[in-house]
Design a protein around this ligand. Structure first.
Ligand SMILES: Nc1ncnc2c1ncn2[C@@H]1O[C@H](COP(=O)(O)OP(=O)(O)O)[C@@H](O)[C@H]1O
Ligand SMILES: [Mg+2]
Length: 354
């Protein structure tokens, strides 16, 4: 194997991913790439399979079929479906937040961010109580952990509340704290499951700013599940659309928002009926664009559909590109079915490769 493999510009490659729950195909033959340094949005109606994709990427579910490759910036690659769960954050450097907020609500903000760095701190202690008090390495790492926590509290605009219990924060601030906590683990890929759900416009703006800051200044790439289309259209570089577990569109936000299949999926109608429905909701500008095809014009601002929200100026890219060479036998996951979060696989050590 090449000692210095070229760094792949795709941080994440999902190839032919399928996830079945009994007879239900939650994800069917899904392939897409997320580019390094970008914000990739995964959108689709409720039940489309978005959270299931995240659960496969982060090891909560074992895919029925397919391959999920994480390419780190040091050139190493990991087949996530083959990695034991606990190694996905530690070795592959993938962090996530959940659709429902999961914070330690009785702990302060600072404590929440320090708990996230538990592994690093325990390692520095040599896993002994003596180490906690005696090792200078522990004191150094401990001070660094506090600095990192402060850094992300500042970025999330929460430093004034550092000593308050997390449960006392307003909802939008709790969402930002979750993201700050995930960032304290030093991820290369941050997976966010509907971070804007339930936020008011001001909180949504603060979230956008935090995500843009992460994208521009931290070196972390973002995979974002989102329903709030103003968030998706403003900050995403690339959008992948799912419906009934299958990919129906893939491209830059401007292209995706005018894709008739996407409009049909969001309005819950067949392709042929799209124009009728749009006429009913008075979205003439989109109808015009559908007739003429996607162009450089900005889209509508008042649709009841996913088309609402301004278009960001982004450079589109195809979803083709460099492929990873996979070791023999590494292609298919074991078909042992879904696992609950606590039924973690602990024997397969073959996921990582350099
Ligand atoms: N653990 C599970 N067991 C059975 N069905 C599931 C499970 N998780 C998700 N599903 C089903 O898979 C489909 C996709 O769900 P989900 O990924 O949560 O959708 P989304 O996040 O896009 O709303 C839904 O029909 C859901 O009921
Ligand atoms: Mg979901």
């Amino acid at each position: 194997m090449n000692a210095n493999p070229p760094i792949n510009d795709a941080i994440l490659q999902v190839e032919h991913l399928s996830m079945k729950f009994g007879g239900l195909v939650a994800i069917g033959d899904l392939s897409f790439r997320a580019k390094r340094g970008e914000i990739t949005a995964l959108i689709g109606p409720n039940g489309a399979g978005k959270t299931t994709v995240f659960n496969c990427i982060t090891g909560f579910y074992k895919p029925s079929e397919g391959m999920i490759t994480l390419n780190r910036s040091d050139g190493s690659s990991f087949l996530l479906e083959r990695l034991p769960n606990h190694e996905i954050p530690a070795r592959a450097k993938v962090a996530r937040t959940f659709q429902n907020i999961r914070l330690f609500s009785g702990m302060t903000l600072l404590e929440n961010l320090l708990v996230a760095q538990h592994n690093k701190l325990m390692k520095a202690s040599g896993y002994t109580v003596l180490g906690l008090f005696g090792f200078s390495s522990y004191r150094k790492v401990s001070a660094e952990s506090v600095d990192l926590a402060k850094h992300w509290l500042e970025k999330a605009n929460l430093v004034d509340r550092a000593d308050d219990p997390a449960g006392d924060l307003p909802y939008g601030a709790q969402r930002r704290l979750e993201i700050a906590r995930a960032m304290c683990t030093g991820p290369e890929l941050l997976c966010l499951d509907e971070p804007a759900a339930g936020l008011n416009p001001k909180e949504s703006l603060a979230l956008n700013e935090l995500l843009m800051d992460i994208k521009n200044n931290s070196g972390t790439s973002i995979l974002l599940i989102e329903h709030d289309m103003s968030v998706v259209m403003q900050i995403s570089d690339h959008v992948v659309v799912l419906e009934y577990g299958r990919k129906i569109s893939d491209g830059d936000p401007k292209t995706v928002r005018t894709d008739p299949r996407v409009i049909a999926a969001y309005l819950g109608v067949d392709d042929e009926e799209v124009e009728t429905v749009l006429t009913e909701v008075g979205d003439e500008e989109v109808i015009e664009q559908l007739d003429t095809g996607p162009d450089s014009a900005h889209g509508p601002g008042n649709s009841a559909s996913m088309l609402a929200g301004p278009v960001s100026d982004t450079v589109g890219h195809s979803n083709g590109g460099e492929r990873v060479t996979v070791e023999k036998g590494a292609g298919k996951a074991d078909r042992s079915g879904p696992r609950a979060p606590d039924e973690r696989q602990s024997t397969d050590k073959s996921g990582g490769r350099k």
